[in-house]
Design a protein around this ligand. Structure first.
Ligand SMILES: *Cc1c(COP(=O)(O)O)cnc(C)c1O
Length: 390
């Protein structure tokens, strides 16, 4: 039997073969004309994915966390007030990052499976002025999807910068950075954008760049400082050789390849595919008598699902049984309920076939463990939902 594994965790994900092939080409000079074109084109294609013709894209070697760090390092000065809206583990991480740069943070934490209400956010913004607010589009620890548009609007209304952690959403969920007035939308390469780990990707609004330009104190993180990176991004986009720190050449070649695939599919189509597959998958999950963490389907992510185990399940042995079926899924991440749920990534190049394989493996393991479910029911539910047969 071929030991072919299906990687269905919320990043790194399964990558397109063309993207992996692009990684393997002989490494060029970062100043070679071909590479300058690749870098410049990648920056331009990012604007399409983010729907931000006016924004300033950054591509820097690092992970999604560096993109978060970069937003905080450049926009926040000692004593600035920041409102952190948290729907899980990664929301909380933004508080730690902001605290590190001397921000005065207030955190609004949603109960598990829920979002923070707009009313609670507005009350806080009314209460006192905030320099910025942070929120997570899809919190990968809970599978909670937040609607960014009304929060971005509140931020504008109260003259607060809006910083969206889109690590688990960019190129999977709907994003209209300029239309919605988001100041920062950031991600990492290994999630829905479909490139192996190693790139921090961020688009800043012109307002964010202005606010950064008017800082009174220097950026206290040397590597993340836009003073170092902005001229490089402008240089590559104008097809001029530029150097600050050696770009991750092969990863950027892979990024251009993936962005071209995304652009060919079209962002609207891509979002629809994610929504459709996620909805069908949730139908399959509920046919297995399993429950997802988000309390409403409206707040359920389309890029991953967080699912409670049946009562009394040993989480470690469940995950390893699934792995024996050559499907790799992730355990829980939120410390309070870490052993009570598991997570399945369904973003990027994900197809109906992948999700049928996941449902099949889940069903086999549950049947093996003596759970009272009908064989094939979840597959039928998935197919019917996908084909819109009722
Ligand atoms: C994965 C993830 C991060 C962290 O990204 P890394 O690339 O692991 O540093 C941050 N926020 C969200 C929402 C994520 O899903």
């Amino acid at each position: 039997m071929k030991g072919r594994e299906l990687l269905m965790i919320p990043g790194p994900i399964e990558f397109e073969p063309e993207v992996l092939q692009a990684m393997g080409i002989p490494t060029q000079s970062h100043l070679a004309p071909d590479f300058i074109e690749t870098f410049g084109n990648s920056l331009e294609l990012m604007r399409e994915v983010w729907k931000s013709p006016e924004g300033q894209p950054f591509i820097v070697a690092g992970t999604g966390t560096l993109a978060m760090d970069m937003a905080a390092a450049n926009l926040i000065e000692q004593g600035d007030r920041v409102l952190v809206i948290s729907t899980g583990y990664f929301g909380d991480r933004f508080k730690d990052i902001m605290d590190r740069y001397g921000a005065e943070t207030t955190i609004l934490e949603a109960p598990i499976g829920e979002v923070v209400s707009l009313e609670a956010i507005e009350n806080e913004l009314k209460n006192r002025p905030y320099k910025a607010l942070t929120f997570t589009h899809v919190d990968t620890s809970t599978g909670i999807l937040v609607d960014p548009a009304p929060i971005a609007q509140l931020a504008r209304q109260y003259e607060t910068l809006s910083i969206l952690d889109g690590v688990c959403s960019v190129a999977g969920e709907e994003i209209k950075q300029d239309e919605w007035g988001l100041d920062i939308v950031l991600t990492g390469s290994q999630k829905a954008i479909g490139v192996p780990p190693g790139l921090a990707l961020l688009v800043a609004s012109q307002k964010a760049i202005e606010v950064w330009g008017k800082r009174k104190t220097p950026v206290s993180n040397y590597y993340a400082d836009w003073h170092n990176w902005l001229p490089i991004m402008k240089g590559y986009e104008e097809r001029r050789p530029s150097y600050f720190g050696t770009p991750a050449v092969n990863l950027i070649v892979a990024l251009e390849t993936s962005l071209k695939i995304i652009s060919k599919e079209g962002m609207n189509e891509r979002v629809k595919r994610h929504q459709k597959l996620a909805k069908a998958f949730r139908t399959g999950i509920s046919s297995l008598n399993l429950t997802i963490l988000p309390k409403t389907t409206q707040s359920a992510a389309n890029t991953l699902s967080a699912v409670y185990y049946p009562k009394g399940m040993d989480s470690g042995s469940f995950l390893s049984k699934i792995a024996h079926n050559n499907v790799i899924i992730a355990g829980g991440l939120l410390s309070e309920i870490k052993t009570e749920y598991f997570r399945i990534g369904h973003m990027g190049s994900v197809s109906a076939n992948d999700l049928l394989a996941v449902l099949g493996a889940l069903e086999r393991v549950l049947l093996e463990l003596g759970h009272d479910i009908d064989s094939g029911k979840c597959l039928q539910a998935f197919q019917n939902e996908l084909l819109e047969i009722n």
